[in-house]
Design a protein around this ligand. Structure first.
Ligand SMILES: [Zn+2]
Length: 327
């Protein structure tokens, strides 16, 4: 058995969520100002109708099993969602819970609404797909003691929401501040900076603080949830946006360096990482999302280079398989 492991996840965020981040949509939660038009579901369905099959091709070529984190309401909103997930499952990948409706402010919801987002996400995916949905990833890269408790109570085996990356945290704060200056209101929110203290390697989290290791007593009491943080190396996040920005050569160097230093890597991608604004003729309002402006050939080459380097000498496996092994 290899001591080194690699897991890859894809957040299957539909394109309407990017309009929400950029303060351009009336989709989802209440919105004041910044509304520039109704959301056309058909024109925003490329995550399911186009991107998922590109990921299946890429992962198939590299022999990697992946976790597709899904927003359960897409089962009802996108006709392409369920058949796409059936193809992913048939190819040996797994499905994770990315909440019911992707509220960016999940951690600020009152308890009943928060618990419904976590529980209904899992329940609806399991009912539609007839598989266990073992993993939870909160929207917007952060969790809380209440969200973690809800994930545990709903029967998840692991959570992969922590992203302890200081440069990303600072950049997100700057972008949100700039948007406010321009009079746009994002639905995205800033998390507690405590998340920057989260362990880099997989850990059992304390029920009191999902970004801290559980004590032996907390583990014995059954209140600790397994967490797989998104990997960071030397301040650089191992995520699709970074790979697109870096290009193939630097992405491979980054992942190779991370591979040498860390026994387990959790790489995090998004549906937009294999979509292009112009080549896929997407909604022009999405030009606000910079990584959608890169060419498909650069994106695919960057992801392939990053994944190949991260997989070098490592056993690729899903987080559910790894959670079982660590249990
Ligand atoms: Zn998301």
């Amino acid at each position: 058995m290899s001591a080194r492991t690699l897991s890859v996840g894809v957040d299957m965020d539909a394109l309407r969520h990017y309009l929400r981040i950029h303060g351009q949509a009336g989709a989802g939660a209440a919105d004041e100002g910044g509304v520039e038009g109704a959301v056309d579901e058909g024109a925003l369905d490329a995550a399911w109708a186009v991107a998922l099959d590109r990921f299946l091709e890429l992962f198939g070529a590299l022999g990697l099993p992946a976790t597709f984190y899904c927003v359960a309401e897409d089962l009802a909103r996108s006709p392409a969602c369920r058949p796409a997930l059936a193809r992913a499952l048939a190819a040996g990948h797994e499905v994770g819970n990315h909440s019911w409706r992707h509220p960016y402010a999940l951690t600020r919801l009152p308890d009943p609404a928060l618990r419904a987002e976590v529980l209904e996400g899992k329940r609806r995916l399991e009912e539609a797909l007839s598989v266990e949905v073992a993993g939870f990833r909160a929207p917007g890269y952060h969790t809380s003691p209440r969200a973690q408790r809800a994930a545990l109570d709903a029967g998840h085996r692991y959570e992969s929401s922590a992203f302890p990356c200081a440069p990303y945290y600072v950049a997100k704060g700057l972008v949100l501040a700039l948007m406010r200056l321009r009079g746009r209101r994002s639905e995205s929110i800033m998390a507690s900076p405590r998340l920057l203290l989260a362990p880099r390697a997989p850990y059992l989290a304390s029920p009191a603080d999902p970004y801290a290791r559980a004590t032996a007593a907390e583990v014995a009491a059954g209140g600790a949830l397994r967490h797989f943080p998104i990997s960071v190396h030397a301040g650089a996040p191992l995520i699709g946006t970074a790979f697109t920005a870096l290009g193939p050569r630097l992405s491979a160097l980054l992942c190779a360096a991370a591979r040498r230093r860390q026994a387990h890597l959790t790489l995090e991608l998004h549906a937009v990482d294999l979509l292009s604004l112009t080549e896929d003729a997407l909604d022009p309002r999405l030009a606000a999302q910079p990584d959608l402006r890169a060419s498909l050939s650069r994106k695919r080459a960057s992801l392939e280079a990053a994944l190949s380097a991260a997989a070098h000498g490592a056993e690729p496996l899903t987080l559910t398989a790894l959670a079982r092994r660590l249990a």
